[in-house]
Design a protein around this ligand. Structure first.
Ligand SMILES: C[S@@+](CC[C@H](N)C(=O)[O-])C[C@H]1O[C@@H](n2cnc3c(N)ncnc32)[C@H](O)[C@@H]1O
Length: 376
């Protein structure tokens, strides 16, 4: 196989994942995650498009949350077959269709009709033409609808750099089965265990708490190392692209792991997000902010220490930080990256909020306002 033909077989990984992990608990984890990110208790009556449906587990979670109709499609026939198997297992026959198709096929996307929610988790960066895929994915969003996507984060993957990762992925795809296993173990050690220890956090807790969407750490490591073609997207790059090209502002963001999750919707046309925004009572942050070196500054937030990240729960905090009323998004960042790279990265850690300005200026002197809310 030549490099230009290289395409990872996600579908086989999904088939193996479903063989070992399909359970009501797995589906429930996906339901909980969907509700958290979409800030809803139910998806009653919604028409949802699941682009790159993979295992089909998230489509099932949507149906169990009351979606009237879920249309799932995937490029890989093994993903399509796995989703169909999950649908058979669920016993849900109505309002759930599964097909083979590509988000890069513009005519296919135009023929799908319109949806209240377009969902595409961890897919668009694997198409070989990520920004075209984002544009196409947005075609079926109805007026006032919601767009929920997850893309590999260039804000998180800085060392090794995105270019080095692409070389590692190519090597993995060409490696023998034994070499693949060694690369997977090496990845767990270098990318999960060492960073957690360096950040003073518990690596065991990170492994134990892995899988907020019902996923499994080994399936995700295989997907990560194998997943090719692939591209990376920065949070602010994506936020600006979708605002400019699709006309939707970012209304929610979850980051701190490999993929950043974004929800875009126009609150002027979407009553749910209008209400959510109104309920986010922004509290001003008052300086002076103390420098922690480099681009990093800190504010003391002792009243919110109980809901902050700490050694045991490195993704617990739901604090959203705003600069001039716009969410900065890059939560849960290790402090070394805040100091060295800045660019709006922040961490709500124990008693402290450690943060940086989006343009790396001094927040004591840049004339911007900073505020936060605890988004539950
Ligand atoms: C990492 S998996 C994510 C699966 C699922 N969305 C999830 O969150 O578990 C990526 C999926 O995107 C699919 N995919 C890749 N390129 C695609 C394309 N052009 N159109 C539709 N699906 C595609 C792959 O076959 C794979 O099932």
């Amino acid at each position: 196989m030549s490099e230009s033909d290289l395409r990872y077989g996600f579908g086989r990984n999904w088939a193996a994942f479903v063989d070992k992990n399909l359970s009501d608990a797995t589906v429930q984890a996906s339901m909980d995650h969907l509700c958290r990110v979409l800030k809803r208790d139910r998806l009653d009556g919604m028409r949802i498009l699941d682009i790159g449906c993979g295992s089909g587990i998230h489509s099932l979670a949507m149906k169990r949350l009351g979606a009237a109709e879920v249309v799932g499609f995937d490029y890989d026939p093994h993903s399509v077959a796995t989703s169909q198997r999950v649908r058979d297992w669920s016993g849900i026959a109505e309002g759930w269709s599964i097909a083979q198709g590509s988000v890069l096929d513009r005519a296919y996307m135009q023929a799908l009709g319109s949806f209240d929610l377009v969902y595409s988790w961890g897919v668009l960066h694997h198409t070989g033409a990520m920004w075209d895929a984002v544009r196409h994915a947005a075609i079926p969003i109805r007026e006032g609808g919601e767009f929920y996507i997850a893309l590999y984060s260039s804000d998180t993957y800085v060392d090794p750099s995105p270019e080095e990762w692409i070389a590692i992925k190519k090597a993995y795809n060409f490696a023998s089965p034994l070499k693949k296993k060694l690369m997977e173990a090496d990845h767990l050690y270098r990318q999960v265990i060492v960073p957690e220890l360096k950040a003073g956090r518990s690596a065991l807790a990170a492994i134990r708490n892995y899988g907020s969407r019902g996923m499994n750490i080994w399936a995700d490591i295989k997907d990560w190392l194998g997943g090719y073609p692939m591209e990376f997207a920065g949070l602010h790059e994506t936020q600006d692209f979708v605002a400019r090209q699709i006309g939707l502002p970012m209304v929610n963001v979850v980051n701190g792991e490999g993929c950043t999750e974004y929800v875009f919707a126009d609150p002027a046309q979407n009553a749910h997000w209008r209400t959510c925004n109104a309920q986010r009572a922004l509290q001003p942050l008052y300086g002076p902010f103390q420098s922690v070196g480099g681009y990093g500054f800190q504010a003391h937030l002792p009243a919110h220490a109980a809901v902050a990240d700490d050694n045991g729960f490195n993704q617990r905090s739901r604090l959203m930080l705003f600069e001039d009323g716009v969410p900065l998004g890059l939560a849960h960042t290790i402090h070394e990256l805040i100091r060295n790279r800045g660019a709006g990265r922040f961490s709500h850690w124990q008693d402290w909020l450690v943060f940086s300005a989006r343009d790396n200026t001094d927040p004591n002197a840049n004339g911007r306002s900073y505020s936060f809310c605890l988004d539950y």
